[in-house]
Design a protein around this ligand. Structure first.
Ligand SMILES: C[S@@+](CC[C@H](N)C(=O)[O-])C[C@H]1O[C@@H](n2cnc3c(N)ncnc32)[C@H](O)[C@@H]1O
Length: 241
């Protein structure tokens, strides 16, 4: 059931359960998903991650993270990227093109994972992207350690997601579906890349955060949109036979 829906620029966002909304959606070119990994993140204690978390106004509790993730509904799509694939690898087909996000980027290992791994059904070899993202130390455009202003406990960097989109080799205007959108980091990357974006979150608070974030992105984009180019003058310099 669709609990709420918002059209924002080239994005359509839904509040509801992605598995229930999926049959109502039209054509999808790629599923790029960052689902609950089934690792009960909110209950892992004693890590630097959770000490940092104590200063925020939300926990690491993510709906669905307390049970095994079932990737089956997503596997038949033409292009699929599933973050956290190493946590549910026994339920995934063999694949060559894993996408690896190196979050340590030269830093020292600690209790958090050095990298995140996304299973894909894309053709080609495994690929690596490095961007430091350790607790409060976040490099890149979304990097600012803004403490409690972090938008989502499992927020991913926009630049890394833009790289993941690139690996899908989609034409401009293709429809990217993000069934577990959280704060819609993928939506920002999709809109910046000239794609259409559909995102869903089961929690109203993340749907609201995503709407606000994408509205700001679209408003900023409009500020910087160049004047439309003059129509092409076809044939002006055509050679006369
Ligand atoms: C790992 S987080 C995604 C974080 C996101 N990549 C970001 O950068 O903010 C997974 C999200 O999936 C949502 N979720 C869990 N089960 C869902 C379901 N059945 N349908 C839609 N959303 C769901 C959770 O509320 C959570 O916000």
């Amino acid at each position: 059931m669709i609990l709420a829906k918002a059209d924002i620029g080239n994005a359509t966002l839904y509040h509801g359960d992605c598995l229930k909304i999926l049959p109502t959606l039209g054509h999808i070119d790629a599923v790029i998903a960052d689902p609950p990994y089934g690792i009960n993140l909110g209950k892992i204690s004693g890590t630097g991650r959770n000490r940092w978390n104590e200063g925020t106004n939300y926990g690491f509790d993510i709906v669905g993270d307390d049970r095994d993730f079932d990737p089956a509904p997503w596997l038949a799509f033409e292009k699929v990227v599933l973050f956290g694939g190493n946590h549910f690898g026994s339920r995934l087909p063999d694949a060559s093109c894993w996408l690896v996000w190196d979050k340590r980027d030269g830093g020292t290992s600690d209790s958090c994972a050095d990298c995140e791994m996304a299973w894909t059904n894309l053709k080609g070899p495994a690929r690596l992207f490095s961007q430091k993202w350790r607790g409060m130390v976040r490099s890149g455009e979304e990097n600012v350690s803004r403490g409690a202003i972090r938008l989502h406990p499992a927020q991913k960097p926009v630049a890394m997601l833009a790289w993941a989109i690139e690996q899908c080799k989609l034409p401009r205007g293709a429809v990217i579906f993000d069934p577990y959108m959280g704060s819609a980091s993928l939506g920002i990357a999709a809109l910046r890349g000239g794609y259409r974006y559909i995102g869903i979150d089961i929690e109203r608070r993340w749907f609201d955060v995503a709407c606000t974030r994408l509205k700001q992105e679209v408003a900023q984009g409009q500020l910087f949109t160049p004047e439309p180019a003059a129509p092409e003058q076809v044939g002006l310099f055509q050679e006369v036979a």
